[in-house]
Design a protein around this ligand. Structure first.
Ligand SMILES: [Zn+2]
Length: 315
């Protein structure tokens, strides 16, 4: 017999009135409210906006929408809400476990060049140059078609299916173009490893673990003509800031006083003249590094045929 909660309450209230019995209702079974929650599913193509990719595979409650709103609420959003039933509905998501906020001022392109002249080769972290959040989020949600988090979810699910020991290990690594964050980053590599466990529950595998990510870049060449010319064209004001920086770099480095012929040598109408000038100043290459972590939770179907999480999604 299945009684509604309101029926139960009536019965208990009646007993309370007649016999003074305290009203104690049985604890609700969790799955009675299973469909109060849903799994966000995006279309997995290049048109999905990154903020919605960040929601993909997460479980949300209809009572507490994410910052983006529920699927389909924003104009042209094609994302779907799949009713979530524990143990029956697939989900998979990463959560950054390293704080991405930075209290440091964000480096502009000219700051990279400045450090090249004055830093003496000292490595910098993404956090101290104010780029950690941008890089980590671009990596997670914008590289390739769907972002690294989704690719990694598929790889982890595939490894979990083939695990006989209950442990799951995935190595990953590649170079990506981070030029949209700052031209100075250009192609930089991100590599790392996932360590986790897998437990079989009925038709599903429950996976849990943590990934480490390592960002490695070397700032070698402020004279990368192709990138630099494009940057100067896009940032005409930065040209003068750079000229200023070079003058200060001269003064600080003590290598040489600013040559009296500085403005004779540098013709503002001729970009190549400033390149020649910079190359006389010298400079030291330096590493741009950072490490961050993310946790992973997933329930995926054991059978790859019925699963949305499998390798081969990203050809
Ligand atoms: Zn969407």
């Amino acid at each position: 017999m299945n009684l509604h909660r309101s029926d139960l309450y009536r019965i208990h209230f009646d007993r309370y009135l007649r016999f003074g019995t305290p009203i104690v209702l049985p604890v609700e079974r969790k799955d009675e409210h299973a469909t109060d929650r849903y799994v966000w599913r995006s279309r997995h193509d290049e048109k999905v906006r990154p903020s919605h990719r960040a929601n993909d595979g997460h479980i949300f409650s209809w009572d507490h929408p994410p910052e983006t709103g529920h699927p389909g609420q924003e104009p042209n959003c094609r994302c779907e809400a799949i009713p979530y039933r524990p143990g029956e509905t697939e989900f998979a998501y990463h959560t950054f476990t390293t704080g991405l906020a930075s209290s440091h001022e964000r480096w502009e392109d000219s700051d990279f060049v400045w450090h090249f002249f004055t830093g003496g080769g000292r490595p910098v972290t993404l956090s101290e140059i104010g780029h950690l959040r941008d890089i980590a989020e671009v990596y997670a949600y914008e590289t390739g078609t769907e972002g690294a988090f989704r690719r990694l979810s598929d790889q982890i699910a595939e490894k979990a299916r083939n695990s006989s020991s209950g442990s799951v290990h995935v190595d990953f690594g590649r170079a990506y173009d981070f030029g949209d964050v700052a031209f100075s980053h250009g192609y930089s590599s991100v590599y790392g490893a996932f360590e986790g466990t897998v437990v079989q529950r009925g038709d599903m595998l429950s996976i849990e673990g943590e990934s480490e990510f390592h960002f490695r870049d070397v700032f070698t060449d402020p004279l990368d003509l192709r990138q630099f010319s494009a940057w100067l064209e896009a940032n005409p004001l930065s040209f003068w800031r750079l000229v200023d920086l070079i003058r200060v770099a001269y003064a600080v480095s003590g290598v040489a006083p600013l040559p009296p012929d500085f403005f004779e040598k540098v013709d503002v109408e001729d970009v190549s003249s400033i390149f020649r000038f910079i190359s006389e100043v010298g400079g030291t290459r330096y590493e741009i590094v950072e490490d961050w972590t993310a946790s992973f939770r997933a329930d995926v179907f054991r059978d790859p045929e019925s699963s949305a999480y499998k390798s081969g999604n990203h050809r």
